[in-house]
Design a protein around this ligand. Sequence first.
Ligand code: ZN
Length: 447
Amino acid sequence: MTPGRAAAPGLVLRGGTVLTCDARSTVVRGDVLVAGGRIAALGRVRAPEGTRSIDCRDRLILPGLVLAHVHLCQTLFRGLASDLPLLEWLRRRVWPLEAAHDERSLRASAELGLSELLLAGVTTILDLGTVHDQDVVFDACVRAGIRVIGGKSLMDSGAGVPRRLREPTARALGDAERLAREWNGHPSGRVEHAWIPRFVLSCSERLVRGAVERARAAGAALHTHAAEHPAERAAVRAALGADDLTVLRRWGWRGPRASIAHGVQLRAGARRALARDGVGVVHCPSANLKLGSGIAQVAALRGAGVVVGLGADGAPCNDNLDPFVELRHAALLSSVAAGPGAMPAAGALALATRDGARLLGLEATIGSVEVGKAADLLVLRTDAPHLGLAPDPAAAVVYAAQARDVEHVLVGGEPVVAGAELQTLDAGRVVAVARDEQRRLRRRAEV
Ligand SMILES: [Zn+2]
């Protein structure tokens, strides 16, 4: 490890067990020096005079977690859409609620989700946005201090889509271009625009091709839902004569920086095609279980060479946004799908760290605790009864840790959570406002 010194003020995380989540899942006992927003040194560190220090004895230090598929606009719908399969869930609940959002309810929804995510150690998200007012979501992300790749949800067709969510193709693409112009290069350095056709059933060929071309030209991330639920796949086949992944590939869906969420229904041939095309898959285990979609074959996807990240999806299909729940579900489901040991704990942890970063094309900046990377870090207490014994720290994180064990979170070296308290938003106020806005939203949506 590289010892080093950094300019004051800086910060040193002192005396922890560091799960670096690097390519070899190295574990380091020692310190992490943060300077200029980056990881300046790792191991036994001599910090400059006056450097602030956080005592990390009996703590685990990890890279900030990456959730590569979330819907901040849906956090306000928590508890309003249970017990339905995917297409009914969308048509009867989620779309009417999304269509009824105004700027106030959208901000309340985003802030509620961001509070939960940051308190749980999530420092980077891919957010799928909604059709209108994505500026509100980006602004909430900047104020909360999270790193976000996101964009508006692109929709121009589809059965059961409310009028307000169905835009003319040119207007959808034009508004997304405006968002890219206005938010890429934001002074916070934490916002990046992505191209996000919602899914094949709500997008025309022209819309998807338009997004693909623009993402490629800009080197931007490209993301959608695919191969999620058997009934959805059957509907795609009935409408377009092929399954959704085949259709997407025909319309140019290729890496780098392209991904799909779910991939539950993929067979061996499709897995190989994704690997060849450089398209990643975001595994959303809780959502797949709640909507009865099935179990994604994560070990087989990885075996074929596909990069797999982790997502919480939206609050109405989960119902929480807790990365520790998703890690645990991913590991447990892998045991069911491919046998115990097919995805050891360190491999599961990679889903929400280095592989999530790679899937988003951010592996040079985040995803592991390595010198030179952004200081997106989380400190986890290990003194609660459920974590008191942690001889294998990766197993402790994946199988036993909970969001409430998160003590400190840094994004770019700035504390967003300190002593388990959110620093950037008033969590109590956020919940109170969200309650009011949910009431108003339900009235508007008649749900
Ligand atoms: Zn989703």
